[in-house]
Design a protein. Structure first.
Length: 410
């Protein structure tokens, strides 16, 4: 009885010493963390797992040394086995917390709440994916280490080594889809094809990458719905990434109006509209006729904004304001259907006397009528769609080259 009392006292003393040591270490690290982000994260996230691991190890050592004279007792074997499992679990928890602290410290160096956060979002995506992989790996290794403490499991494992090849093939076939998604998730994280908070168009829906995991991607659609897709979707299916290089975008608003619409007046009205709103980023404001069939002309207003949300509101504003302007200021430009009626008893076409055509009007394209030239931004955009031969032709070095294609980019 005296031996057991001493063993219990040794266990309690070891636990108390471990708790006291963990408390002192925590206070020292927290005080040093005022000057270091890493130590501050350690004090905030690793204190609890460090305390549990230290106490568990101290109790195990105390039980092992205090009950060494009761080696044949069955309860001692079960108690030590339970303590070994607890030590493995606590150590794994501590290692996982240290990895999380390291990743959080790396994330703290990059801010995502700034306008130009493309690099920060890329690093965040990669670190999040690494965190998920490492935690999953630690959990698997921990469970394996716990199972290996059971002698029966070790015997079964040794007997299954002969059939490991067959089991591996069966497991690979069963987990083919899961492994494909895991590899696709890592590929997305490190290929920079898509990042957290990227604005994308998938399955005809416009939304934002809200969550990126090893198995699936959650897209927050503009109307607050959630579209959940497997990660392999983004490696096998084309999709639009509106923030791949920057968030600024161009958008259009199209109108079908009468041939008599005064284009220059409409351009001036478009310029007045965009300059009166803070949705426009000041880059592009162009009004062009892109088609003239079916008795009407198609007018396209091209404007720019700093992000997709501002662009949507700006397009709606331009469309509404120009419709109101045409209806109130230029009613003759409203779409109309013309019908020509002639006298069936007259042989000559109506009108009988040919009219003298007016002098042709010389059309001069202003900057508001050019998308790929006329400004620094337009010239840069035009150069991006010019091949090497056409680039020489633009400089006037080789006039024998054929002109640039006239096909529209969209």
């Amino acid at each position: 009885m005296q031996t057991y009392v001493m063993a219990v006292a040794a266990v309690l003393s070891a636990a108390a010493i471990a708790l006291l040591t963990a408390t002192i270490v925590h206070r020292v690290v927290r005080r040093l963390g005022r000057r270091s982000v890493l130590l501050a994260e350690l004090a905030a996230h690793s204190h609890r797992p460090f305390r549990v691991a230290l106490v568990t190890m101290a109790v195990q050592l105390a039980v092992r040394s205090g009950t060494r004279y009761a080696a044949d007792e069955e309860w001692r074997k079960h108690l030590l086995h339970t303590l070994v499992i607890l030590v493995i679990a606590a150590t794994s928890w501590l290692i996982a917390s240290l990895l999380v602290v390291t990743e959080d410290t790396a994330l703290a160096r990059y801010r995502v709440d700034v306008p130009d956060n493309r690099l920060a979002r890329r690093i965040k995506t990669q670190i999040v994916m690494i965190r998920r992989v490492t935690i999953a790996f630690i959990v698997i290794v921990t469970i394996g280490a716990m199972l290996m403490t059971f002698p029966s499991v070790r015997t079964i494992g040794a007997s299954l080594l002969a059939s490991a090849g067959v089991i591996g093939v069966v497991g690979a076939l069963a987990a083919q889809s899961l492994l494909g998604n895991v590899i696709a998730g890592l590929q997305l994280a490190f290929s920079d094809a898509v990042r957290l908070d990227d604005v994308v168009v998938v399955e005809g829906e416009w939304g934002r990458i809200e969550e990126l995991t090893l198995s699936h991607v959650v897209v927050q659609i503009w109307d607050d719905r959630r579209l959940i897709l497997p990660t392999s979707y983004f490696t096998t299916t084309p999709f639009q990434n509106w923030t791949r290089t920057r968030a600024a975008l161009l958008g259009t608003a199209e109108f079908d109006v009468d041939w008599g619409v005064p284009m220059q007046s409409m351009r001036e009205e478009l310029r007045r509209i965009v300059e009166a709103t803070d949705l426009w980023d000041g880059r592009v404001c162009v009004l062009q006729i892109t088609d003239a069939v079916g008795g009407m002309v198609r007018v396209r207003a091209l404007v720019s904004a700093e992000d997709a949300g501002s662009l949507f509101d700006l397009r709606c504003l331009v469309r509404e304001a120009l419709v109101t302007w045409v209806r109130h200021q230029m009613p003759d430009a409203l779409p109309r259907l013309r019908t020509e009626l002639g006298d069936a008893r007259r042989r000559e076409p109506w009108p009988a006397q040919p009219q003298v055509p007016p002098e042709p009007e010389v059309v001069t394209a202003s900057d508001d009528a050019r998308v790929f030239s006329g400004s620094d931004d337009g010239d840069a955009r035009g150069d991006a769609f010019v091949g090497p031969d056409d680039a020489v032709e633009r400089t006037g070095a080789d006039p024998s080259k054929p002109p640039r294609g006239t096909g529209e980019p969209w």
